[in-house]
Design a protein around this ligand. Structure first.
Ligand SMILES: Cc1cc2nc3c(=O)[nH]c(=O)nc-3n(C[C@H](O)[C@H](O)[C@H](O)COP(=O)(O)O)c2cc1C
Length: 263
């Protein structure tokens, strides 16, 4: 994505040689494993499949439960066969990255209430519902469909504790949040965020985006320059399809509200 040569992208005075630097995402590693044995969490939850089998077995031997996201029935079955103790059925409404790992075909991705019952039928392990759940009523609906638990992302992005930027919070609590799309522009993999200028100009899906996770660092200088001017035009505004319950509250209070749906 040669954005420095594209007339639609302002330069913002960025030194092209700085592009590509900055933090990225790292996969689960030997170092992560060392951390896990020190902390011994009850659950380690993965996105994009599972790490290598010996690490999964090692975590399980320490009494740690393995959970991971499935976006299709075959992914749920694969996770169960490879040792997952619970499967998170991630519906298409979900904010952030699609956890898809057996396919890159977005036509395989379905909504939460279509995915959840099919996954429950296909696996014996407990199924966690994710995607578009943001209120006590939607928690209740997921439970009625057989979910053993729910995973909520978007509704916590405006919690006091979240490190969500002011620009991102503003977008989540505005009418702009009504329009989200899957985009690969910000990381190289499809993820759901509020549609902004960059997504309109170049995507939302663009085969020229650098491979995951390189797109994040490639965009970082332009994003920082725009944010310094109070613009979220080049920022990933991650959000699920229902941000309408986002409130600036302590996370405990949001959790308590959601829990009122669990019977
Ligand atoms: C900003 C953001 C970051 C996320 N990061 C992760 C992550 O690192 N690992 C993961 O398993 N899921 C991640 N998710 C996905 C959520 O776990 C979950 O599938 C999703 O948020 C549920 O849908 P909802 O956003 O409609 O509540 C993230 C979601 C958001 C919104």
């Amino acid at each position: 994505m040669a954005h420095e040569t594209h007339p639609a992208v302002p330069s913002h005075g960025i030194d092209p040689s700085s592009v590509g630097a900055g933090p990225g995402r790292a996969p689960f590693s030997e170092d992560s494993l060392k951390l896990m044995v020190a902390i011994k969490p009850a659950v380690v939850s993965f996105h994009f499949g599972l790490p290598k089998a010996e690490w999964v077995q090692q975590l399980k031997a320490w009494g740690i439960q393995i959970w991971s996201s499935a976006t299709t029935v075959p992914e749920a079955q694969w996770l169960e066969q490879h040792g997952a103790d619970a499967v998170i059925a991630q519906g298409l409404e979900a904010g952030g990255h699609r956890g898809m790992f057996l396919t890159t075909d977005l036509s395989t991705q379905v909504g939460s209430f279509a995915l959840l019952p099919q996954v429950i039928k296909a696996v014996k392990v407990p199924v966690v519902a994710a995607g578009g759940i943001s209120s006590a009523a939607s928690v209740r609906a997921a439970q009625a469909l057989g979910a053993s638990a729910v995973q909520v992302g978007t509704a916590f992005l405006t919690s006091h504790e979240a490190t969500t930027s002011a620009l991102h919070r503003q977008a989540l609590m505005s009418d702009a949040a009504r329009q989200t799309a899957l985009t690969n522009l910000f990381s190289g993999r499809p993820a759901r965020g509020i549609v902004n200028k960059f997504m309109k100009d170049f995507g939302p899906l663009n085969p020229e985006a650098p491979d995951f996770p390189l797109a994040t660092a490639a965009l970082a200088p332009l994003r920082a320059a725009a944010e310094a001017h109070g613009l979220s035009d080049y920022s990933p505004l991650w959000s699920g399809q229902n941000a309408s319950d986002c409130e600036a509250l302590p996370a405990a209070e949001i959790t308590h509200k959601l829990l009122q749906g669990w019977v």
